[in-house]
Design a protein around this ligand. Structure first.
Ligand code: SF4
Ligand code: SF4
Ligand code: SF4
Length: 222
């Protein structure tokens, strides 16, 4: 029941994944609304229309947008000034829908058709070379819905990829620690063997010299 409510709320949200609502994406905000931890008026990209749809779904009174979370803006797309880009990858890491392509120390580019206009890549850019360009053409409701579905899939795919990367990283650290602790055990064992062998050699040498001392003593004549 709760799960299907979350799905219904998430279906209303614009999937910009901008975090302006105070949650790290549309779905976490949907979960928070369903659990009563967030109000219905915290999403600037969804604006009044979104608030009304949420109010209708939840059977509550609509309310004005809480502008502490920001103001609605026209649709925008990020554009990178490729001459200035130093390939630091900060923007790629901050894009919630993997809409930026590039590699370390290489020029980066925005895949305009995948960009939700969330602006999350702008601040991290140390070269100030990412600009948000307003898009004038208005999308039909159908096209809007399609774009939101694509953004939702890309957002979920990215979360799965990040979780996989984290898991791989954890496993590689664990493997490294295991190799290190194995080599520590081997080193300790070798040290122990060396100490024991040295002690045995010392004891044998002491016994030999004791025996020699005994054999050198003059025997008493009866
Ligand atoms: S579009 Fe932005 S503000 Fe609206 S729900 Fe999604 S992440 Fe939150
Ligand atoms: S390219 Fe920038 S503005 Fe576009 S979705 Fe990615 S982070 Fe957001
Ligand atoms: S953050 Fe700016 S400088 Fe760094 S890769 Fe992205 S666009 Fe280039």
């Amino acid at each position: 029941m709760q799960h299907s409510l979350i799905e219904k709320i998430d279906a209303i949200l614009p999937q910009t994944q901008c975090g302006k609502c105070g949650f790290p994406g549309c779905r976490p905000y949907a979960v928070a609304i369903a659990e009563g931890r967030a109000d219905i008026n915290q999403c600037p990209p969804g604006d009044v229309e979104g608030i009304h749809k949420l109010a209708e779904l939840l059977g509550v009174e609509p309310k004005p947008l809480n502008t502490a979370h920001g103001f609605p803006k026209p649709r925008m797309v990020a554009q990178i000034d490729e001459h200035l880009c130093i390939g630091c990858t900060f923007c790629i890491r901050s894009c919630p829908v993997d809409a930026i392509v590039g590699a370390a120390k290489q020029m980066h580019t925005v895949i305009a058709t995948e960009c939700t206009g969330c602006e999350l890549c702008v601040d991290p850019c140390p070269m100030d070379c990412i600009h948000m360009i307003p898009i004038n053409d208005k999308l039909s409701n159908e096209a809007n819905k399609k774009a939101a579905n694509v953004a939702r899939s890309r957002y979920q795919f990215r979360l799965q990829r990040l979780a996989r990367d984290k898991q791989t990283h954890r496993q590689s650290i664990k493997h490294k620690n295991n190799v290190q602790s194995e080599s520590t055990v081997v080193t300790a064992e070798l040290r122990k063997q060396t100490i024991v062998q040295t002690a045995i050699k010392r004891a044998l040498a002491a016994r030999k010299s004791h025996q020699q001392a005994l054999s050198n003593e003059p025997h008493e004549l009866n």
